[in-house]
Design a protein around this ligand. Sequence first.
Ligand SMILES: [Zn+2]
Length: 401
Amino acid sequence: MAYRWPAGTVCKRIELDVEERSCPVCDRDMHVCDHRYHHLWTLAGPTQVVNRLVRCPDPTCDSRGQTFSPAAELSISMPRWCMGWDVLCWLGHRRFARHWSVPQLRAELQDTYAIRLSDDAIASYLDRYQTMLAARQQEPERLADDYRDMASLVLTIDGLQPEKGHETLYVVRELRRKRVWFAEPLLSSATPEVQRVIALARQWAERLDKPVGVWMSDKQDAFGQAIGTEFPTPPHRYCHTHFLRDVAKPVLELDSQTKVKMRRKVRGLRTIERRVLEDRRHIVAFEPAPAPGPPPADEPPRVDIPEAAAPEACVRRDLGVGPPPNALDTTAGAVTAAPAVKDEAGEVVLGYCAAVRGMLNDDQGGPLHPPGVRMSEALQEVRESLERNLQAQKGGVQSRC
Ligand SMILES: [Zn+2]
């Protein structure tokens, strides 16, 4: 790939000589016949590698016409690349281990190392990195090393769709070593297509010379047939995650209906909040003096909680979820941004409203902790908290949440 160097680039020069100067055929001292220049980016800056090429001086030698170049060049970079291995590794590690985007990589290379590369060039080098990485991962000797102490294998296959509308990627993984063995994009999930992938897995297992103890999948028909044909003996189990998800399906449907019912019952938050805000406006309108006067007749009875933040503490306690972290703060902020009124009771009411709204909008949770159950637990805590406050007010004791 031709790289256009910025005008005025000053390169650091590295000169390389062949490691063995004597002719491999006649053992004569070889002469320098030419130079090959390679310009590339390293993390140390623009670099010019000068390779001194040599050949045998004897025109009758069998090595005639052959030029020898320094092997050390390959330890700096590949021929014709515009970057050294150090830059390639820097890019690959940040892209694949830290998930940096290409524009982010480009900007960081420019800012930190003053290396100027286009997005296209970075993408192209990342492709090479990925190819090398995959080759390394799949290298038979490495794999054999990794599985030396394993008595048997546990293989799984699943189809993933990286993006909607794309072909499905069938991934074969081995669970004991937690390794992705390989992935194949298939245009259809027909049995012959899938069988090709399973046959490949059989070749891998044979090459490792290890028995497959068990296969696991979501047991779609094509998997069942293909695995049955290629691996007639090992059992084929249902994958735990898929199993749990399928078993939980009716439960999650009921849970979702319950959530709808709870939402229908707990409503009118907006009305309550509006009332608090309106009351405040009245206070400001009728009491311009900073000294607090008696509350207006229609104000709800004061809840005697020392700090406005108290409900936040009790509502959120141990829920692990509750309202989104700043639901309360947002409301409180919006309110206090309005005329500064000392309205502790109003703050408490708004705090409760924000917390409850967070609970009603919370959709987190999976089959083992359905969202409806979480919602009901959280609402129950709010009810108990309110009860405690009412009791405290009746008994004249300060509430403890
Ligand atoms: Zn020679």
